[in-house]
Design a protein around this ligand. Structure first.
Ligand code: HEC
Ligand code: HEC
Ligand code: HEC
Ligand code: HEC
Ligand code: HEC
Ligand code: HEC
Ligand code: HEC
Ligand code: HEC
Length: 409
């Protein structure tokens, strides 16, 4: 072979390589970040097209256990019995993916979920029973007397529709009635496409809704010993552990999910977050739940995976003392309001006079905070955000009552 031929071959080869680089660099980035052929095969035509249309969704999905197991886009998105389907590029897909689609494969989780207060009671807390079928109302009332068959919330009415959709219902949609007859949504805890267990075990996931002065669970947790340890040790925790065999080696520190849902060391996983509770802490006056004994026994069984019996019993006894004390403080405030109403010094409207807001804050913020703090290890919340405020608000209420009575004379 002549030198000239070799020279031409080298020049041509180099030119081809440079050209390939140039062409590659001007390809749209969507095309570059396409998932590998195995995902396109596993998810079929949806993923192929959606890698161009909404690539992020395909990437989220690719991280999930569903993708690893060969579950496809269409397994979740196809319209099932009871759903209105619409034609989408040759497929009949559901207008909305709801728990009805998930329950094809996860009926146990769905059944537990709908019987909890995350089901219909959560929605009815804002809007009452409208939107639920007679059977759904009956079913929920059996598990939670008075929780669904009740009037729409007075505060929601007073604040109007703007606050309702983007405020109350953004959190309370966890129990929404769906058009296909199912209830709620699984995505607040698992997300749509990563269907992740580790996400659901993150305290902040529950803290999307369980926050603020009226239900300060995330704030209390973050300041509790459990929360501090979680933050310090999270890198070494196995948040991805299989729920069916979760041990204290995976998670020696509890998160919200551990206490309220996980099947730690052979206990059973539950999507019924009501199951392990013994009091109605959210109520103005906290009474025992119908399932008091079983609920408390189950939660204590969980504590005992990590603590000694003396420690746990003492914890509950002290929390119950806070609960009783809070009940009597709130009763005092309620009696004062009743007396003022009886004396004709207040209108019937529940939210039109300053003292009504103080009375509301007294139980709804400070009473709840004291009780939640006591049951979840938040000393600062029992004290400064709880009892101190209870004392202060009662003094303010007495002062206003005196003034109202003086004006009436
Ligand atoms: C030929 C391309 C193509 C195929 C195949 C395809 N889609 Fe789409 N899809 C689109 C486009 C384009 C949109 C609109 C995106 C937008 O709204 O910007 C879309 C939107 C959607 C939406 C949102 C609908 C809405 O109203 O917001 C869903 C859900 C969806 N596709 C699911 C699927 C599923 C599941 C499959 C497979 C069964 C699939 N798609 C197959 C192109 C495709
Ligand atoms: C585990 C079930 C599940 C799987 C698998 C799944 N999806 Fe979804 N998808 C959902 C849910 C739930 C929603 C949100 C509910 C709704 O609005 O319908 C959703 C919403 C969407 C949307 C609308 C998102 C938006 O923000 O507008 C698109 C597009 C979509 N999915 C495409 C896909 C594609 C493509 C795949 C496969 C790569 C896929 N989905 C796999 C459950 C799933
Ligand atoms: C076609 C059947 C099917 C559908 C539909 C389906 N899944 Fe799954 N899902 C599975 C299988 C199979 C597993 C693996 C189960 C196991 O490991 O025991 C799984 C696992 C999961 C896990 C645990 C993941 C992990 O990391 O351990 C979650 C969470 C989950 N699914 C949520 C959902 C949600 C939410 C929906 C609806 C939006 C849904 N799934 C729809 C079949 C399905
Ligand atoms: C999308 C918002 C939202 C998310 C996310 C959420 N919750 Fe809730 N949760 C609610 C609402 C709303 C209620 C009140 C329901 C009622 O009593 O009307 C509630 C109530 C509860 C209750 C009390 C149930 C009862 O019987 O009184 C527990 C316990 C609970 N949630 C635990 C959790 C845990 C643990 C997580 C995270 C794994 C979580 N929640 C995530 C909205 C949410
Ligand atoms: C940031 C999320 C969020 C917003 C916004 C929100 N809530 Fe809640 N709500 C919750 C959570 C979480 C609970 C559960 C508290 C607990 O059990 O300690 C709850 C509890 C309740 C309860 C007591 C439980 C029951 O079943 O009676 C009522 C009533 C209620 N909310 C009504 C409303 C109304 C009305 C609005 C709007 C004016 C609203 N909520 C806005 C998250 C929210
Ligand atoms: C309040 C948050 C929350 C909601 C809502 C929720 N999950 Fe879960 N889910 C969890 C948590 C937390 C775990 C992991 C429990 C643990 O730590 O072992 C889990 C685990 C799972 C698993 C794995 C169970 C196993 O034994 O392997 C499946 C499947 C699942 N969820 C499906 C669903 C479906 C379907 C829905 C809707 C009907 C749903 N989840 C709604 C929090 C939630
Ligand atoms: C160490 C275990 C533990 C952890 C961690 C924990 N909780 Fe709790 N939680 C409890 C106990 C105990 C109670 C009171 C149970 C009872 O009624 O007997 C409670 C009560 C509640 C209630 C009150 C329900 C009502 O009656 O108003 C909600 C809501 C709640 N927890 C949510 C959460 C959230 C959200 C997190 C994380 C930010 C969390 N919990 C972390 C143990 C825990
Ligand atoms: C998964 C294990 C685990 C579970 C479940 C658990 N805890 Fe803990 N808890 C811990 C760890 C770890 C500490 C920190 C101990 C230390 O200081 O070394 C702790 C600390 C505490 C403390 C603070 C002790 C102190 O003096 O600082 C209290 C109180 C407590 N837990 C109560 C409970 C109660 C009540 C339950 C059940 C509702 C519970 N825990 C469930 C692991 C757990």
């Amino acid at each position: 072979m002549s030198f000239k031929a070799v020279f031409i071959a080298i020049v041509l080869g180099t030119a081809l390589i440079i050209a390939a680089f140039l062409i590659h660099s001007v390809r749209p980035s969507v095309e570059l970040s396409q998932p590998g052929p195995e995902y396109v095969r596993a998810t079929g035509k949806c993923a192929e097209c959606h890698s161009r249309e909404t690539a992020a969704i395909v990437h989220q999905f690719a991280r999930s256990k569903h993708a690893r197991l060969g579950i496809t886009c269409y397994d979740c998105h196809r319209a099932v019995k009871g759903q209105k389907g619409s034609d989408h590029n040759g497929f009949v897909i559901a207008g909305e993916v709801t728990p009805l689609n998930c329950s094809q494969c996860h009926s146990t989780e769905y059944d537990q979920y709908v019987r909890s207060r995350h089901g219909a009671p959560a929605w009815a807390a804002v809007l009452g029973p409208a939107g639920f079928t007679a059977e759904q109302i009956e079913f929920a009332e059996e598990h939670h007397p008075g929780a669904v068959d009740r009037p729409p919330n007075a505060l929601a009415k007073a604040e109007g529709p703007g606050a309702l959709a983007k405020g109350c219902l953004a959190c309370h949609s966890i129990g929404r009635p769906n058009e296909d007859g199912s209830i709620g949504t699984c995505t607040p805890c698992h997300s749509r496409h990563s269907a992740s267990v580790s996400l659901a075990r993150e305290p902040q996931t529950c803290g999307q809704c369980h926050m603020g002065p009226d239900h300060a669970q995330i704030e209390i947790y973050n300041e509790s010993k459990h929360g501090v340890l979680f933050a310090a040790q999270r890198a070494s925790l196995n948040l991805d552990a299989d729920p069916k065999s979760l041990t204290t080696r995976d998670m020696p520190v509890p998160t919200c999910a551990t206490c309220h849902m996980s099947g730690l060391e052979g206990m059973k996983v539950t999507h019924d977050v009501t199951e392990r509770l013994s009091y109605y802490l959210f109520a103005a006056i906290s009474e025992k739940r119908p399932g008091y004994r079983d609920g408390q026994t189950e939660m204590k069984e969980l504590c005992l995976k990590c603590h000694g019996k003396t420690h746990v019993e003492k914890f509950y006894q002290e929390a119950e003392v806070v609960l009783e004390a809070t009940n009597s403080k709130v009763t005092e405030a309620q009696n004062l309001m009743k007396a003022l109403r009886k004396e004709g010094l207040l209108t019937a409207d529940p939210f039109d006079e300053p003292i009504e807001f103080i009375a509301f804050d007294l139980w709804h913020y400070y009473g709840r905070t004291a009780k939640h703090g006591a049951f979840m290890g938040g000393a600062d919340f029992v004290q400064w955000h709880g009892n101190y405020q209870l004392l202060l608000k009662m003094v303010e209420m007495r002062k206003i009552a005196e003034e109202l009575r003086a004006q009436a004379k």
